[in-house]
Every structure is written in structure tokens, then in C-alpha cells.
Design a protein around this ligand. Sequence first.
Ligand SMILES: C[S@@+](CC[C@H](N)C(=O)[O-])C[C@H]1O[C@@H](n2cnc3c(N)ncnc32)[C@H](O)[C@@H]1O
Length: 279
Amino acid sequence: MSLPGKARALAEVLRAFAGHPWVFAKLLRQLPRVLRGFTFAEGWEPAGPPARGDTGLDSSTAADPENPLVAFLRKRETGRGIWKWMHYLDVYHRHLRKFVGKEVHVLEVGIHSGGSLEMWRDYFGPKCHLYGVDIEPACACYENDHTKVFVGSQADRGLWQTIRQRVPALDVLIDDGGHETEQQIVTIEEMLPHLRLGGVYVCEDIHGEYNGFSAYVQGLVANLHAMLSGYEPDVKPAPIQSYIGSVHIYPYLTVVEKVDSPVSRLVSARRGTEWQPFG
Ligand SMILES: C[S@@+](CC[C@H](N)C(=O)[O-])C[C@H]1O[C@@H](n2cnc3c(N)ncnc32)[C@H](O)[C@@H]1O
């Protein structure tokens, strides 16, 4: 990094923490653990059975050999282009299969050559309402009876405001757009609240171990573990704990799932009558 680049990075950090010295101190305390996890992961040794050498297109290596996304992509030798990491197919099917055949509202950021919109339509079925967002005006040509296209930048909060006014609450959002940190952050901040209960948010192509969006997600995850009033067996959850059921981190991919209905209490239960005297 150049000297002006370093100065800018430092100024950004100082600006972010001005007024939050305790947050800064707490995060600094976590850094050695972050480093420890980082080093552990970096030094990971292969063990056990050989890795399932993977193109993702071979249904014999797919987690579910019946995954229709695998079949769809295997057949796609000509026609509108689709551009995906193949290991995503298992992940999509794991989190999205519950919507197949239902009336669902699905938005994908990043249309490119239109093939992935066709894939989602094929996967979710004829009751699916699709929305595509792309910065390239040429992508408007992919609009049809069941697909609405919005042209604009995902980094523009005004675009999301318009989309929220024109589109019902979404069941699924897939961010496969510009892949820049700020774009990904603006998109999740503007649209995660617009996801229905039970909805699934997918952000693709989070590349690099110092990725900015990855850091953002770690902040979000930390709040899922918050205990606002210390350890008690019956806790009123923080708002985010009421609405976010889980966050899943995969290679290059993050999936956030909303709960089916808001959680009002987190209860630690002891069941049974036989207990060891300790603890
Ligand atoms: C990786 S391609 C999308 C691939 C497509 N989803 C597929 O699976 O075949 C990324 C797309 O994001 C679009 N894009 C880039 N920056 C964007 C931005 N700021 N807002 C919205 N779309 C953007 C590009 O024009 C491009 O079409």
C-alpha cells in the first residue's frame, strides 16, 4: 500500500471510532483471537478421505444428486450465459429448496447475460416472481412477463428505496453484482429488512481473506451472540436475535436466514432429575 493509501486507511479507522473508544478497545482485545483463528485456518493440514474433487456439475459429487440446479447447468451448453462458482449449487439447494414450487419473490443483483434469471425461474417454478438489478442498461432486455428489471447501481440507496416501493417483500435476494464491499454493504443494509420472515439472503463472491464485506458480516454475527444483560436462563433477545435465525459462511459466500416468526425469548432449559454435583 502506498503512503497516501496507508494514511487514508488510518484516517478511515480513526474516523470510524471517534466517539466509540470502548468499542475500539473491545475490538482491539479481540484482535489476538482473530489472529489465532486466522493462523489456525492458514495452517490447516489435509486429513481424512480425499477431497471430493469438484466441478459441482458432476451430480455424483453433489451433496444432493437430485439437485435440479446441477441438472440445469449441465444442460446449459448454449444459450444465455450463466456465470457462477459451481460449489454454490449445493449451498443454494440447501437453503432455497423450501421455496421450490411456491409463489415466491426472488431478486438477483447482477444479470449480466440473463442466464441466471432463467436458472432461477426453472428452479423455483412458474409461480416465481423475478426481479433483476444491473448497472448496465443493456440488461433491460431481460424483462418479461414474470421478470422485472431495474437498471441502476446497487450502491445507490435511492435505487433500493424505489425498489422497495415497487416490489413486495422478498423471499430470496441473491447479490451477484459488482462484488465491491460498499455495494454489498449498502445492499444488505437496505434489503435485509425488506426480506420476509423465513427469507434467505445470499451474498456471492466474497473474495479474499481481508475482504471488507466479510469483516462487516463478522460484526453482524457478533451481535447474534450478544447477551445484553449478562447470563440469565431466560433472555429477551436483542432485536437482531429476534429476526435473524442464522448466518452461514461458505467459501466466497455468505447466507443469512431470517426466522419464520420473531423470537421473543431465549430460554436455557435444564430437563431431567439426575445431575452431577458440580456446575
Ligand atoms: C458476475 S456478473 C452477474 C452474473 C449473473 N448473475 C450470472 O450468474 O450469470 C455481475 C453483474 O453485476 C453488474 N454490476 C456491476 N456493478 C454493479 C452495480 N454497482 N450495481 C448493479 N449491478 C452491477 C455487472 O454489470 C454484471 O452484469
